[in-house]
Design a protein around this ligand. Structure first.
Ligand code: FAD
Ligand code: NAP
Length: 534
């Protein structure tokens, strides 16, 4: 690939993706005086919130925290309507950001980056896009998203189905009317858990195909009233600072207490209070819930008892009850999920008892039984964390391909860069806390950090920034060691790649927030140790 196309196609930086990460990257690069162009495969900006339009899609980190803080004017002027705002509102917010900061003129939509090859002589990246064009840039910022590549299990006969098949992460823009339809939903992760109660209200019959029962807590979503909004806005800075010190990067009311520092009555009361107030802070009730199986069992048993109370048929309740560790797959937050199984038009199919054998022209066959349906919804998740980056033919020094380098699992330094690929940066890449945190502040932290690094390099006339192999090896070992000391690797989650057949089983995110930020700042203070800047 040519790396010196005409000047029109030369930029200081190419940004891949225009979600939360791509938009802020573009803004940051411009503020540093760099020319930048962003490419986005979708027909609009917004990333996750552009693609995931399934019924019930909303955030599960509170909107007033799940939003940018780089501009105080922005956070003061935007008005969120609900505690957990629905997808259309988050998408409007991101469109507002694109307009407010005049980002659109440097974003090329409907364009996929297919390849990026590093030219060692020129020190520039040659980037090829799906419209056949070539681009030359010094830096490549991968803002491709952790959950942006749909996982579509290849069931036998999938293409023979005569009705529509939808994936929650590629939902049609015109919406889907399930009224009077017989519907199959495959999967019971966060996307399924949000959509199932709504689909059940419309469909004549809903069959839910469950492989692994999931832990879910009530979201307790509600409109935000003026007083609450005013209060948060009047102390935004302080609230953001407090959140940055919490284990997941948002206000979880986390404590240092072990589950066994308190009596059983106190513990149950704490779980009940968190169940009532709703959402992911349930997991922050005690500091050892994800470290000690006995502690975890106290929380898991609490949720299991709730499921038995909420679901009238004890056989269905038993099938919906997870036997695994609460929180080691991402905890879900729902609005009436378990209660939905009390409806006469909803049937739970446990695919462990009745494996999906094939998709037929008129439905699904599982456990020898045929389920006639008009529509199939794949709520089967994503090739998470590495899927989008590895879909691009990325080649670094010596023609080394990223696919080859990450064959046995992703290897990065701080989740920000990977040795052998100079001037290529990952936003919330594998090896950073990313999906284990409120992702918007994590994205901002990465973009700010990379911005500072580019400034540092420029001041020293450094043209090439590359992670050192030793620093990367030490970081990868550290990431694995920290994960290994927890309960996370004990269940088949997408954090481990276990949802995608053939994917190496490696715990991909870094479990250490806010320690990660302290470490990243220390690396910067020490002259970006672990990087070569030449
Ligand atoms: P994305 O939003 O995924 O954007 C990446 C963009 O890159 C996509 O638009 C994609 O089309 C584009 N792209 C990828 N490859 C290419 C290519 N080769 N060429 C061109 N374009 C490309 N996180 C939270 O912290 N709290 C939440 O409540 C929360 N809710 C979520 C709900 C859903 C339904 C999902 C799926 C995820 C949720 N997440 C949540 C995680 C969410 O992905 C992040 O919070 C955030 O939106 C990620 O932003 P991003 O810009 O990094 O990636
Ligand atoms: P997911 O959590 O990976 O869930 C996918 C579901 O599909 C799982 O139940 C999985 O079963 C099932 N599945 C996958 N392959 C299957 C197969 N071959 N046969 C049968 N079942 C199969 O995906 P998701 O629900 O889209 O959520 C992904 C992540 O996005 C979440 O964890 C979260 O981080 C984010 N998200 C957040 C929200 C929110 O509330 N804000 C909403 C949606 C998504 P197994 O469990 O057995 O693998």
């Amino acid at each position: 690939m040519a790396d010196d196309p005409d000047t029109e196609h030369r930029y200081d930086a190419v940004v891949v993706g225009a979600g939360f990460a791509g938009l802020y990257s573009l803004h940051k690069l411009r503020s540093l005086g760099l020319s930048a162009r962003a490419f986005e495969a979708g027909s609009g900006v917004g990333g996750t919130w552009y693609w995931n339009r399934y019924p019930g899609a909303r955030c599960d980190v509170e909107s007033m925290e799940y939003s940018y803080q780089f501009s105080d004017e922005l956070q003061q002027e935007w008005r969120w309507s609900e505690r957990y705002s629905p997808q259309p509102e988050i998408l409007s917010y991101l469109n507002h950001v694109a307009d407010r900061f005049d980002l659109r003129r440097d974003i090329q939509l409907d364009t996929r980056v297919d390849a990026a090859h590093f030219n060692e002589t020129s020190g520039r990246w040659a980037v090829r896009t799906s419209d056949g064009a070539s681009w030359s840039s010094r830096f490549v910022i991968m803002a491709t998203g952790c959950l942006s590549t749909a996982n579509m299990p290849d069931f036998k006969g999938r293409d023979s189905f005569r009705g529509p098949i939808y994936h929650t992460g590629k939902w049609p823009h015109e919406g889907v009317d399930f009224t009077g339809k017989r519907v199959a939903v495959i999967g019971t992760g966060s996307s399924a858990i949000q959509s199932i109660p709504i689909v059940a209200e419309q469909a004549s019959q809903l069959f839910v195909f469950q492989r692994t029962p999931n832990f879910s807590v009530p979201a307790a979503n509600r409109p935000l009233d003026e007083e609450e909004v005013r209060r948060v806005k009047s102390q935004y800075g302080e609230l953001r600072r407090m959140a940055s010190q919490m284990g997941f990067g948002f206000n979880t009311r986390s404590v240092e207490t072990s589950a066994f520092d308190v009596s059983e009555e106190e513990r149950t009361a704490e779980y009940e209070a968190r169940w009532q107030s709703g959402g992911l802070p349930f997991m922050a009730a005690y500091s050892d819930l994800i470290l000690d199986k006995r502690a975890n069992d106290t929380a898991a048993d609490f949720v299991r008892a709730k499921i038995r109370q909420l679901v009238r048929d004890p056989v269905v309740a038993a099938k919906l009850t997870p036997h695994t560790t609460v929180g080691c797959k991402r905890l879900c937050a729902d609005s009436g999920y378990f209660e939905t199984f009390n409806r006469a038009n909803v049937t739970l199919v446990d695919v462990n008892e009745a494996p999906i054998e094939e998709i037929t022209p008129t439905g699904l066959r599982a456990g020898g039984k045929h389920y006639e349906v008009d529509v199939i919804v794949f709520a089967t998740g994503f090739d998470a964390m590495t899927g989008a980056a590895l879909a691009i033919d990325i080649r670094g020094k010596g023609g080394l391909s990223l696919r080859k380098k990450w064959e046995a699992g992703p290897r990065t330094y701080l989740g920000l860069a990977t040795a052998g690929f100079p001037n290529l940066f990952l936003i919330t890449g594998p090896g950073s806390p990313s999906v284990l945190t409120n992702m918007v502040p994590s994205i901002e932290q990465h973009v700010n950090w990379i911005g500072d690094l580019l400034t540092f390099a420029k001041q020293r006339q450094g043209e090439r920034i590359e992670a050192n192999v030793d620093a990367e090896d030490a970081w990868v070992s550290h990431v694995n060691e920290v994960a290994g000391a927890t309960l996370y690797p004990t269940c088949n989650s997408w954090y481990l790649g276990a949802n995608v057949p053939g994917k190496p089983r490696v715990f991909m995110p870094y479990l250490g927030f806010p320690e990660y930020v302290v470490k990243a700042d220390e690396v910067a203070r020490n002259g970006y140790e672990g990087f070569s800047i030449e």
